[in-house]
Design a protein around this ligand. Structure first.
Ligand code: HEM
Length: 412
């Protein structure tokens, strides 16, 4: 165990969160686990130990949902809004086996490879429409005009909201702000109202799909998923699953699109390589995920005293699996900060996690990213960063990392 949390300054300082990579490198050089936040959190940094900890749900629990729901529970005004809706159920991300196993089996059916492949044409249609919008020759804000709408429109089309992606984004922001734990009271109230509106809408869509009725989309697949010996998901459970898909799927994919484009612009020789050989694009996407790690880290709680490597973790202690640090572990990735679209083991990254909680949307995310970069590279001849238009700052967040804005000129 090292005490770099104190020696290097606290990890959760805004300046470190903005640019954490030097901190990770120095901390990891001292040891694979660092105690941070005044010694209250064991941050796991190495590729080997993050993989191991993610593979031991019997020791390190994901049941941190109550902690992430934040202040809302205690506020009577928020409680009154929530009382009009459906209860929040801990599904997947914040559930342990056996509950997690049941949800995951059902949702896996909805996210099967054939289903994701069937979405490819829709994804390409959305991507091409968005490219039409950004290739004006004028400066555009790529996050707002491309990276946000792509995953939101894909999900909106799958839950009966094809014509109202704006609303899906509004709900998705409400879930994310609530989980982020940094929202003001006014925002918490607004978010609770948005969530109630979402639940009422979701109820109409769920009812329309019970017993195999309704359109053939992701929501139908979730509503009608059956696993032997299990009852189907009830309304509150479907709502929670959908909510998680929006929170987990939207911002993360957005961050990879914007951060990935910036990586390409900053490394013209790599961009030239993939333009010359588009077959490299899937590996390039893996290398982007490795370097960007849009989910920087996630929580676990120790269920009992346990050893992790040669570190003693105490019962009840919070752990943070820091995927972003593990993805630059020099023991696994030589010259770890280098963006190399041909890196042989790029796909071994932990950007989607490992073990039973490994991202259920990983195939969908990969499909969106590969199609987006294929079309962008094929249709946009030149990307330019207008002089002085960007500060390259990220949205402040302890868990997620993504550019707040990216102003570019895209010349077709
Ligand atoms: C580049 C995009 C994405 C990244 C980097 C990402 C990352 C992650 C990570 C690291 C986890 C593991 C959580 C843990 O170990 O506790 C996870 C889980 C999850 N992701 Fe993703 N994700 C992405 C896209 C998506 C998409 C598109 C969806 C769905 C539409 C999605 C839905 C989920 C869900 C529901 C879980 C929880 C799974 C479980 O606990 O069993 N994600 N994701």
């Amino acid at each position: 165990m090292n005490d770099v949390g104190t020696a290097l300054g606290e990890f959760f300082e805004p300046a470190t969160i903005e640019n954490p990579f030097d901190w990770y490198a120095r901390a990891l050089a001292e040891g694979p686990v660092a105690r941070v936040a005044g010694g209250t959190v064991a941050m796991v940094l190495s590729h080997a130990l993050v993989s191991e900890a993610a593979g031991r749900p019997q020791d390190f629990s994901s049941d941190f949902g109550a902690m992430m729901r934040g202040n809302a529970v205690a506020d009577p005004e928020i409680a009154a809004i929530e009382a009009q809706g459906w209860p929040t159920v801990d599904t997947m991300l914040t559930a342990d086996p056996p509950m997690h196993t049941r949800f995951r089996k059902l949702v896996n059916l909805a996210f099967s490879m054939p289903r994701v492949n069937a979405l490819e044409a829709d994804i390409r249609g959305i991507v091409d429409r968005l490219i039409d919008r950004i290739t004006t020759g004028e400066t555009v804000e790529f996050v707002h005009d491309f990276a946000v709408p792509l995953p939101v429109e894909v999900i909106a089309g799958q839950i009966g909201m094809a014509n109202d992606a704006e609303k899906v984004k509004h709900w998705s922001d409400a879930f994310a702000d609530r989980l982020g734990g940094m929202a003001s009271r006014e925002r918490e109230i607004e978010a609770a109202q948005a969530i109630l509106e979402y639940q009422r809408f979701a109820k109409t869509q769920i009812d329309a799909r019970r017993d195999g009725a309704g359109p053939d989309d992701l929501l139908s697949a979730i509503v009608n998923a059956r696993v032997e010996g299990e009852r189907p998901l009830d309304d509150a459970e479907v709502m929670s699953v959908l909510q998680q898909l929006m929170v987990a799927g939207n911002e993360t994919t957005t961050s990879t699109l914007a951060g990935g484009l910036l990586l390409l612009m900053r490394h013209p020789e790599q961009m030239a390589k993939v333009r010359a050989n588009p077959a490299l694009i899937p590996n390039m996407v893996e290398e982007m995920l490795r370097l960007l790690s849009p989910v920087g880290g996630l929580w676990r709680v120790a269920l009992h005293d346990a050893m992790l490597g040669n570190v003693q973790v105490r019962q009840g202690e919070m752990l943070m699996l820091r995927f972003a640090a593990a993805n630059r572990d020099p023991a696994v990735y030589p010259d770890p900060d280098r963006f190399d679209v041909e890196r042989k083991n790029a796909r071994t990254h932990l950007a989607f996690g490992r073990g039973i909680h490994m991202c259920v949307g990983n195939m969908l995310a990969r499909k969106e990213l590969v199609v987006a970069f294929e079309r962008l590279l094929a249709r946009v001849e030149r990307f330019e960063l207008p002089e002085g238009a960007n500060d390259f700052r990220h949205v402040p967040n302890k868990l997620l990392r993504g550019l707040a804005a990216l102003r570019v000129r895209a010349i077709a």
